[in-house]
Design a protein around this ligand. Structure first.
Ligand code: FES
Length: 177
C-alpha cells in the first residue's frame, strides 16, 4: 500500500500565493523606505511644463539661490537662462531676488554688456547703447528694450520662465513674443 501523501495542489497554490503576497509586501515596504534615498540621489527636474528651467552656471550646473543671495544688494549676477541665454539676476535691498531677469543680449546687434554700478546702467561696449536697470533704452542705437524673463525661487532653486504677457516698460506685447 502506498502511504505517501498525495500532492496537495490547492495547498501549494495557497503557499505560492502567500509567498507572492509576502514578497510584494516586502518589496513595497523596501520601495517606500528607499524612496527618500532615491529622491536624494536623483536631481530635481530641471524644467517644467510651463517652460520654466532652472538657472545654471556657465558649466551647466544648477546655481542655488543661496549662492547668489550671498552677494551684496545691488549685485547683477549672470546665469545661463532660457535656451542658455546669459541673463542678469538682481539681488534686491531686502536680500531677495528680483522677480524679473534681464537678458544679456543688446537689441542693436546682439553684443553682451556689463552692468555699470556707478552709472546704474547696462552699457553696451559695441556701439554705446545704454539701458536703465529695468532694461529700457536710455541711449541708442539700440532700438528696443532688453528682453526680460520671470524669475522665481523655490526650494533654493532659481526658476527662469518666459515673459509672454504685456511688457510693463512699454505697455505693449513684448517684441520677442
Ligand atoms: Fe550693443 Fe550695438 S550691439 S550698441
Amino acid at each position: 500500500m502506498d502511504n505517501s501523501l498525495p500532492i496537495d495542489n490547492p495547498s501549494m497554490s495557497r503557499r505560492q500565493l502567500l509567498n507572492f503576497l509576502t514578497g510584494s509586501v516586502i518589496a513595497s515596504t523596501a520601495g517606500a523606505a528607499l524612496y527618500p534615498v532615491a529622491k536624494y540621489f536623483i536631481p530635481p527636474a530641471e524644467s517644467n511644463a510651463g517652460g520654466a528651467i532652472i538657472a545654471k552656471d556657465k558649466l551647466g550646473n544648477p546655481i542655488p539661490a543661496s549662492q547668489i543671495l550671498a552677494e551684496p544688494a545691488g549685485t547683477r549676477a549672470l546665469i545661463a537662462g532660457l535656451a542658455g541665454e546669459p541673463t542678469y539676476l538682481t539681488v534686491k535691498q531686502d536680500g531677495t531676488l528680483e522677480n524679473v531677469g534681464i537678458v544679456d543680449n543688446c537689441t542693436h546687434l546682439g553684443c553682451t554688456f556689463p552692468w555699470n554700478e556707478i552709472d546704474q546702467q547696462f552699457q553696451c561696449p559695441c556701439h554705446g547703447s545704454r539701458y536703465s536697470a529695468d532694461g529700457s533704452v536710455l541711449r541708442g542705437p539700440a532700438p528696443l528694450p532688453l528682453k526680460i524673463v520671470h524669475v522665481a525661487v523655490k526650494d533654493n532653486s532659481i526658476w527662469i520662465s518666459p515673459w509672454t504677457e504685456i511688457d510693463p516698460r512699454t505697455g505693449e506685447t513684448p517684441w520677442w513674443v
